[in-house]
Design a protein around this ligand. Structure first.
Ligand code: FE
Ligand code: FE
Ligand code: ZN
Length: 275
């Protein structure tokens, strides 16, 4: 089943987000596990959740993806920031698992000068205190563009995190096309080569979701600026090669392009017309 959706707000509830998804012609969606700037998580509304689960079932949704807040830095050098991140990841893995969401992704973090090795150790410890091994949810590390001191700029760093996690059968990867492109993986001219490298270093079976974004910034400049599908430096031809690649066809795609619902609906239609 070809599975595609966009990032949708759950500010008006899960039911509303699911309805927007159906109206968009999509069959999955991504949403923030809590306010993207961090803070406290809202209580679930049982009635809203029930309606959401019904829509999800009736419309045969693919796997759903929650995104942890951007402010959560599990590699932080500052103790308060780090403790806050540990609390959020632990709570949100549990919260998202409790409502039957299949995946939660997060940005591994920025070491802010303490060094990649120290940062990776913190991320690993943070995940080990959060993952019990009893979850149904899979926790996804997102590939990053490598701006500033971001960890996850290459497949080796992602692999090092996975290797450190005790219950790493619960860990997967979310590949962001904009991020890998700006990190220097040439998905435009050598998609097969990039996937082979991913397979050799991490293992393709770990690749669970794709953030499908074009890039406003040129190749290999470590900048994270998403563009609309076909409107950036990656371009339509390469995007269509990605969604049609035999090794990726079972993987859900999520748009994080700078558009509203109507824009996402147009992008999804265009992609669906070309698979
Ligand atoms: Fe992200
Ligand atoms: Fe992303
Ligand atoms: Zn991004």
């Amino acid at each position: 089943m070809f599975t595609i959706g966009a990032h949708v707000s759950i500010a008006k509830g899960f039911k509303k987000a699911a309805q927007i998804t159906v109206d968009m012609g999509a069959n999955t969606f991504q949403f923030f596990s809590r306010n993207p700037r961090g803070g406290n998580a809202k209580e679930f509304n049982e009635k809203d959740l029930k309606a959401f689960q019904d829509i999800r079932k009736e419309n045969n949704f693919g796997k759903l993806l929650a995104h942890a807040p951007y402010t959560m830095n599990l590699a932080a050098a500052n103790d308060d920031t780090y403790d806050f991140a540990k609390k959020i990841i632990k709570e949100d893995i549990k919260r998202m698992d409790s409502i039957g969401v299949e995946y939660i992704c997060f940005h591994p973090g920025s070491h802010v000068g303490s060094g990649v090795e120290t940062g990776i150790k913190k991320i690993v410890d943070g995940l080990n205190q959060a993952i019990t091994g009893e979850e149904n949810i899979t926790v996804l590390l997102e590939t990053m563009s490598g701006k500033g001191t971001e960890i996850g700029r290459n497949f080796e760093e992602i692999k090092a995190i996975i290797d450190g996690v005790e219950h790493n059968e619960k860990i997967g990867v979310c590949m962001d096309t904009c991020h890998v492109f700006s990190a220097g993986y040439d998905i435009v001219n050598d998609l097969d080569g990039v996937l082979e490298e991913f397979d050799r270093i991490i293992g393709l079976e770990r690749l669970k979701t794709i953030h499908l974004n074009d890039s406003m910034m040129p190749f290999n400049n470590n900048k994270d600026r998403h563009a609309g599908i076909g409107e950036g430096e990656i371009g339509m031809k390469a995007i269509l090669e990605i969604v049609n690649h035999p090794k990726l066809k079972e993987i859900p795609f999520f748009l994080e392009t700078p558009y509203d619902e109507d824009g996402h609906a147009r992008e999804i239609e265009m992609i669906k017309n070309n698979i």
